[in-house]
Write a protein that binds this ligand. Structure first.
Ligand code: AMP
Ligand code: ZN
Length: 119
C-alpha cells in the first residue's frame, strides 16, 4: 500500500508515533486522540484494509494482532479491571483509517458499548 496509507507510513517510520510494543509482524502505538486513559492502536505491519480482510486473508496474522493487544493490555495494567478491544469496520462501523487497527481502551469504566441504541 505504501505512502498513501497513514499507518503504513507509521510502520515505515515516516510519521512519528509513540510506539509501546513491536513484534516482527505487529506494531502498537498510542492513539493521537485518546478516548480513554489508555488508548493504544494495534496493527499488522502488512497492509490490510479492515479486520474482515485480515481475518480472511491471513488468520494467523489476525491472531498475532490479538496477542499483541493482550500483551499491551497486560503492560498497561488493564487485565485486573478489564478493557475493551474494538475494530471499527467500514462506514457503519465508523472506520476512518483503512489500515486495520484494534483499539485497546481502558483505565476507567468505559460506559455502554454504544453511545445510543439503533432506532
Ligand atoms: P477508526 O475510526 O477506528 O478508523 O480510528 C482511527 C483512529 O486513528 C482514531 O482514534 C484517531 O485518533 C487515530 N489516529 C489518526 N491519526 C493518528 C496518528 N497519526 N497517530 C496515532 N493515532 C492516529
Ligand atoms: Zn496501510
Amino acid at each position: 500500500m505504501g505512502t498513501d496509507c497513514l499507518f503504513c507510513r507509521i510502520v515505515a517510520g515516516e510519521i512519528p508515533a509513540t510506539i509501546v510494543r513491536e513484534t516482527a509482524t505487529t506494531l502498537a502505538f498510542r492513539d493521537i486522540g485518546p478516548k480513554a486513559p489508555v488508548h493504544v492502536l494495534v496493527i499488522p505491519k502488512e497492509h490490510y484494509a479492515d479486520v474482515a480482510t485480515l481475518a480472511q486473508g491471513d488468520p494467523a496474522l489476525a491472531g498475532e494482532v490479538l496477542a499483541t493487544a493482550a500483551a499491551v493490555a497486560e503492560d498497561e495494567g488493564l487485565l485486573g479491571d478489564g478493557f475493551r478491544l474494538m475494530f471499527n469496520t467500514g462506514t457503519h462501523g465508523g472506520q476512518e483509517v483503512f489500515h486495520v487497527h484494534a483499539h485497546v481502551l481502558g483505565g476507567a469504566p468505559l460506559g455502554p458499548m454504544l453511545a445510543r441504541n439503533p432506532a
